[in-house]
Design a protein around this ligand. Structure first.
Ligand SMILES: *Cc1c(COP(=O)(O)O)cnc(C)c1O
Length: 377
């Protein structure tokens, strides 16, 4: 039996809630299931306000509009991330100043951010890679000293936490001015395509509802705060239909079970990969003391690209499908001509040498053991 890299988990309740949404007659956005999801995220994780979106990419685009990014602004973003993290800000005319990752972990190197700040810098976008927190005390300190906004790209980081120097444990996505999550089918909880914008900065809340609903003050109208609604600002149609929200609600109901199962598999990998792959040399993921692990991703760092290629091929031959990850954005076909030429050596190292192992709800460790056969690699 082949072991794919990912297999989306279906709880079984999705079609039940979709049926309910359809038979209620309200299938456009911002209905009952959207409100269930918003209330859940606000209550459980303490986000000041949340808005479901059609993707994390859309939530990042909303962030760029909310921060009033305009041509000439600079935005600091790690190079080792998904295209959308940078694209959303590029589209509003920002110059992307790519930052390097840390040597022991793919998150942005907090100690190398300050040297990239200029009078044009508007925001720092951090990515909690594999659901493991960036050092948010340092990042928020830099932002405060320099008057910058912080957006957490928490696409992979649902239900993960950061413990600050004050000993207080905060959910990822509750710390920056804004945070974005993904419910793409490759993420821990999913609805095929979907996302969430968390707005923690009270100054940005009122405009966020307007941008979400095509630049109109429809939300204020339905609350009875204005007597008619119309076009008041920029925006787009960022909200998903109730079909997606109903699907997501079924996943939210099972989040504890999903996280528990994924974490078990993650822990099993962590304990067993040295024996399973003893002829290879690699390092395992590092989780700093301030961070938790949400079982989103288990990866290995090889010491050279050839070893990684040999590893992927050897596993493929056994019907197990590991995959590598991002290619540094500062070297991408699209942006390399616009990059300022600084080498970002850790980002390149993860591009060339990191590999992700299959990890999904239904995966059982014995299936990996069986697929690899008697002989360890
Ligand atoms: C998955 C992911 C995205 C994009 O999410 P979509 O919901 O597919 O738009 C953005 N950033 C990171 C870090 C991701 O992992």
């Amino acid at each position: 039996m082949a072991i794919p890299f990912n297999k989306p988990y279906i709880t079984g309740r999705e079609v039940h809630y979709i049926y309910d949404a359809v038979s209620s007659g309200h299938i456009s956005g911002n209905g009952k299931y959207t409100k269930f999801c918003h209330e859940y995220f606000e209550r459980k994780y303490g986000f000041k306000k949340t808005l479901l979106t059609t993707s994390c990419t859309a939530a990042l685009e909303m962030s760029a509009l909310l921060l009033k990014i305009k041509p000439g602004d600079e935005v600091i973003i790690p190079s080792f991330t998904f295209v959308s993290t940078a694209l959303a800000f590029y589209r509003e005319g920002a110059r992307i100043i790519f930052a390097d990752s840390k040597s022991d972990q793919p998150c942005i190197d907090e100690d190398k951010i300050e040297e990239l700040i200029t009078p044009k810098t508007k925001a720092i976008i951090v990515v909690h890679y594999a659901g493991v927190a960036c050092d948010m005390d340092k990042i928020m300190g830099i932002a405060t000293r320099n008057g910058l906004f912080v957006v957490e790209d928490a696409a992979q980081a649902i239900d993960s936490y950061y413990t600050g120097r004050d000993g207080i444990r905060k959910p990822l996505g509750s710390i920056g001015n804004l945070a974005t999550f993904s419910f793409h089918e490759t993420k821990n909880i999913q609805c095929g395509e979907g996302g969430l914008l968390a707005i923690n900065d009270p100054r940005l809340i009122e405009r966020s509802e307007i941008i979400w609903e095509k630049g109109t003050n429809r939300a204020q109208f339905f609350r009875g705060e204005v007597d008619k609604y119309g076009w008041v600002d920029t925006g787009s149609s960022f909200l998903p239909s109730e079909i997606s929200a109903a699907f997501l609600w079924a996943q939210i109901e099972e989040i504890a079970k999903i996280q528990g199962k994924r974490l078990n598999t993650w822990n099993w990998y962590h304990e067993n990969v040295d024996d399973l792959f003893e002829s290879y040399s690699f390092s395992k993921p590092y989780t700093p003391g301030y961070a938790t692990n949400n079982g989103h991703m288990f990866y290995l760092n090889f010491f050279c690209a050839n070893e990684r290629t040999r590893f992927i091929q050897e596993l493929k031959d056994k019907n197990v499908y590991p995959v590598f990850h991002y290619q540094s954005l500062h070297k991408s076909k699209f942006y390399k001509k616009l990059h300022d030429g600084r080498p970002l050596k850790n980002a390149d190292k993860y591009s060339d040498c990191l590999v992700r192992l299959p990890l999904y709800y239904e995966l059982e460790p014995y299936q990996i053991v069986e697929a690899l056969g008697e002989k360890s690699l």
